[in-house]
Design a protein around this ligand. Structure first.
Ligand code: NAD
Ligand code: MG
Length: 385
C-alpha cells in the first residue's frame, strides 16, 4: 500500500492519476488533492477517494470548497501556502501535476520532505533546474518522470550504464501544425492550436505542442533528469506518438519504449515503480498502425526549438526566462490577445532584454520568473497596442 498526494488533481494528468488510483484501492490511499479553483471536481474526487485533505490554491474558492465537502471527513484548506503544506504531508508518492511555474513551490515542498516526486510539471524543473536538483540530492528524494518521453528514457536507461549512453533521442509528435506551411500559421486560432492529433491534454501544454516549445522544455527537462550533455539530446519528429523516446548506447544499440499515446502508462510507471501495475486502455497494435515515420524538425516553422536549445546552452537564468515568457505569451494567445506566431517572438524578445545572474536559491528563481513575466506582459501590451 502506497500513500499518494496529487497536486493539480483536476487537470488532465491529475484526472488520469485519479483514475489509476481509484482502480487500485488495495494499492493506493490518497492523502491530499489540490486544484486551483475547480471546486466541484476537487471535492467530488476527495470524497470518492476519502482523501484526508482537499486544497484550493485560490483562497477565494475556499468557502465553496467547504460547502462542497460539508458532511464528509475531508478537511478543506485554501491558498498557495496550503498547497505547499499539502505537498509536505508525507505521502509516499507526490504527483506534481500543476501546470506552469505555479507548481514550483509545491514541488519543492514535496522534495524537501523526501519520498518520491512523480514529476509531470516540467516547467518547475526547467525554471529551477540546478536548485531543484540540489534539493533532490539533499533530501534523497526519488525523482521520477511522468512526461511520456522522459518515462520512456527512464525505462530504457540502465542506471549502472549511464556513462555508456551516447545519445538520447527525444521523439516529438510535431503537434497539429507539423505539416502546415509557415504562411498559413499566422492565421491559426487557439481552438486549432489546442486540438492535438494524438494526445488529449490541458490547454497550455497543447499550445506548447503546437509551437513545439513543449519539446524545447522537454529538452531542458531531459538534460536535468539524465546525465547527458545538451548535444547528446536529439529531437526527432515521429507523428504516430508510438515510440515515446529512445536511448542509444556507445555500442550503437538503441533501446526504445513503445505504447499507445495514453498518459496512464507513464503515470502508472511512476506510481508503481520499481514494480509495475495494471492499466486500462487500448494495447499497442503495431499491425494496425502499420508504419512508424521519423523526420527532422523544421527550425524555420518551429523557432521555439532553437530558443530552448540556446537557453539550455547559455544556462543560468535563461531557461527560467524562456519558460516564464512562454507562459505569458501562451496565456495571451489563448485569450485572443496575440497571434500564434507572436508567441515565439515574445519569448525571443524577453530573452534579449533580460539577462540576470544565475539564480542560486528558490527565491531567486521565483524573482527571475516574476520579472520575466512582467517584461513579457509589456511585450504583449506593445503588440496589442
Ligand atoms: P491542466 O491545465 O489540465 O491541469 C492543471 C492542474 O493544475 C489543474 O488541477 C489546475 O486546477 C491546477 N492549477 C492550475 N493553475 C494553478 C495554480 N496557479 N496553482 C495551483 N494549481 C493550479 O494541465 P495538464 O495538461 O494536466 O498538465 C499538468 C502538467 O503536466 C504540465 O506541467 C504539463 O506540461 C505536464 N504534462 C502534461 C501532459 C498531459 O498529457 N496533459 C503530458 C506530459 C506532461
Ligand atoms: Mg511529453
Amino acid at each position: 500500500m502506497k500513500t499518494v498526494t496529487i497536486l493539480g488533481a483536476t487537470g488532465s494528468v491529475g484526472t488520469s492519476t485519479l483514475d489509476l488510483v481509484e482502480r487500485a484501492p488495495d494499492q493506493f490511499r490518497v492523502v491530499a488533492l489540490t486544484a486551483n479553483c475547480d471546486v466541484q471536481r476537487l471535492a467530488a474526487a476527495a470524497i470518492r477517494t476519502r482523501a484526508q485533505r482537499a486544497v484550493v490554491a485560490d483562497e477565494r474558492c475556499l468557502p465553496a470548497l467547504r460547502d462542497a465537502l460539508a458532511g464528509s471527513d475531508v478537511t478543506a484548506a485554501g491558498g498557495a501556502a496550503a498547497v505547499c503544506e499539502a505537498a509536505a504531508m508525507g505521502a509516499d508518492v507526490t504527483v506534481a501535476a500543476i501546470v506552469g511555474c505555479a507548481g514550483l513551490k509545491p514541488s519543492m515542498a514535496a522534495v524537501e520532505q523526501g519520498g518520491t516526486l512523480a514529476l509531470a510539471n516540467k516547467e518547475a524543473l526547467v525554471s529551477a533546474g540546478e536548485v531543484m536538483k540540489a534539493a533532490v540530492r539533499r533530501s534523497a528524494t526519488t525523482l521520477l518522470p511522468v512526461d511520456s518521453e522522459h518515462s520512456a528514457i527512464f525505462q530504457c536507461l540502465d542506471a549502472n550504464l549511464a556513462n555508456r549512453v551516447s545519445r538520447i533521442i527525444l521523439t516529438a509528435s510535431g503537434g497539429p501544425f507539423r505539416d502546415r506551411p509557415l504562411a498559413e500559421m499566422r492565421q491559426v486560432t487557439p481552438a486549432q492550436a489546442v486540438s492535438h492529433p494524438n494526445w488529449s491534454m490541458g490547454a497550455k501544454i497543447s499550445v506548447d505542442s503546437a509551437t513545439m516549445m513543449n519539446k524545447g522544455l522537454e529538452l531542458i527537462e531531459a538534460y536535468h533528469l539524465f546525465a547527458v550533455t545538451p548535444d547528446q539530446i536529439e529531437i526527432v519528429v515521429h507523428r504516430q506518438s508510438v515510440v515515446h523516446s529512445m536511448v542509444e548506447y556507445v555500442d550503437g544499440s538503441v533501446l526504445a519504449q513503445l505504447g499507445t499515446p495514453d498518459m496512464r502508462t507513464p503515470i502508472a510507471c511512476a506510481l508503481a515503480w520499481p514494480d509495475r501495475m495494471v492499466t486500462p486502455g487500448e494495447r499497442l497494435d503495431l499491425v494496425r498502425i502499420g508504419r512508424l515515420d521519423f523526420e527532422a524538425p523544421d527550425p524555420e516553422r518551429f523557432p521555439a526549438l532553437r530558443l530552448a536549445r540556446e537557453a539550455l546552452l547559455a544556462g543560468g537564468a535563461r531557461p527560467a526566462i524562456l519558460n516564464a515568457s512562454n507562459e505569458i505569451a501562451v496565456a495571451a494567445f489563448l485569450a485572443g490577445r496575440i497571434g500564434y506566431l507572436e508567441i515565439a517572438a515574445i519569448v525571443a524578445d524577453t530573452l534579449s532584454r533580460f539577462d540576470p545572474a544565475a539564480p542560486a536559491t528558490l527565491d531567486a528563481v521565483l524573482s527571475v520568473d516574476r520579472e520575466a513575466r512582467a517584461l513579457a506582459e509589456e511585450r504583449v501590451k506593445e503588440r496589442v497596442a
